[in-house]
Design a protein around this ligand. Structure first.
Ligand code: DGL
Length: 280
């Protein structure tokens, strides 16, 4: 496959970073990467025609993730960030084996941040049903610290609530209370927000968990990790002076994406384009 690995390193640094997600939520990760690395161009693919991934089987998620990554490589990206927790949980190692560029997921950075934050070693994680089923966070936490305890809860209602803009209303807080009660009973001191959409719920989550539980935003920790990894690989764009741009692609019509993008990102992107992903 032709790609950045065949381009001389000095040129590779100037290429964009690819990011994909099942839909729009991964813009929370794009936002943090843009904040952390403001001179990098980002090519964002939201697989809006096939969202959600969080209710799909592992094989389907892996197939979609392969197709998403293959598209990003046609855009000549220097690295791929799997913004989607569900795809990171199920597909990261397959992607890392299958493509000639660095592929970075959100789980390991979230795990590391949680282990840095926790004092008691009692950590909660919330995510989609597929992410929780994968046990990716549990395995990551135990690999980092045997004695830590991880309590996971699938929260399938949260993605639709965030997409409907219900981020801080009574119903959302009631649902959060219900989802989080078993984790709070386990006396967690750290909660990992293991889904692209949850950073938008931080205010409501803080109200529900109280002031003492540390919230780990996996979008923020991922952005720091991307900077570290690209720095280590000498792939950071250190020369560009202009602000980096975000080039979005979606697999369903662009209108809904464009309407919602601002809420997830907080600033405008370049115009979005619709693409068809060839099946593998
Ligand atoms: N992007 C997904 C994740 O972070 C949430 C939405 C979905 O289920 O596809 O797991």
């Amino acid at each position: 496959m032709s790609g950045p690995s065949q381009i001389p390193p000095a040129k590779s640094r100037e290429l964009p970073i690819g990011i994909f997600d099942s839909g729009i939520g991964g813009l929370t990760v794009a936002r943090e990467i843009h904040r952390t690395l403001p001179h990098e161009d980002l090519v964002y693919l939201g697989d809006t025609a096939r969202v959600p991934y969080g209710t799909k089987s592992p094989n389907t998620v892996i197939r979609y993730a392969l197709e998403d990554t293959r598209f990003l490589l046609t855009q000549n990206v220097k690295a791929v960030v799997v913004a989607c927790n569900t795809a990171s949980a199920w597909a990261l190692s397959t992607l890392q084996r299958s493509f000639p560029v660095p592929v970075i997921g959100v789980i390991l950075p979230g795990v590391r941040a949680a282990l840095e934050q926790t004092r008691t070693g009692r950590i909660g994680v919330i995510g989609t049903a597929a992410t929780v089923r994968s046990q990716a966070y549990t395995l990551g936490i135990h690999a980092g610290r045997d004695s830590a305890q991880l309590f996971a809860r699938a929260c399938p209602l949260l993605v639709p609530l965030v997409e409907e803009g219900r981020v801080n209303d009574r119903i959302t807080r009631l649902i959060l209370k219900d989802y989080l009660a078993p984790l709070l009973r386990r006396r967690i001191d750290t909660l990992v927000l293991g889904c692209t959409h949850y950073p938008l719920l931080k205010t409501a989550l803080r109200e529900v968990v109280g002031p003492k539980v540390a919230l780990v935003d996996s979008a923020e920790s991922c952005a720091r990790f991307v900077r570290e990894e690209l720095g280590r690989l000498r792939l950071l764009n250190t020369r560009r002076r202009r602000a980096g741009k975000i080039f979005p692609y979606v697999t369903d019509e662009v209108e809904r994406f464009t309407e919602q993008a601002d809420r997830f990102l907080g600033f405008p992107t370049e115009p979005a384009f619709k693409v068809d992903l060839p099946a593998m």
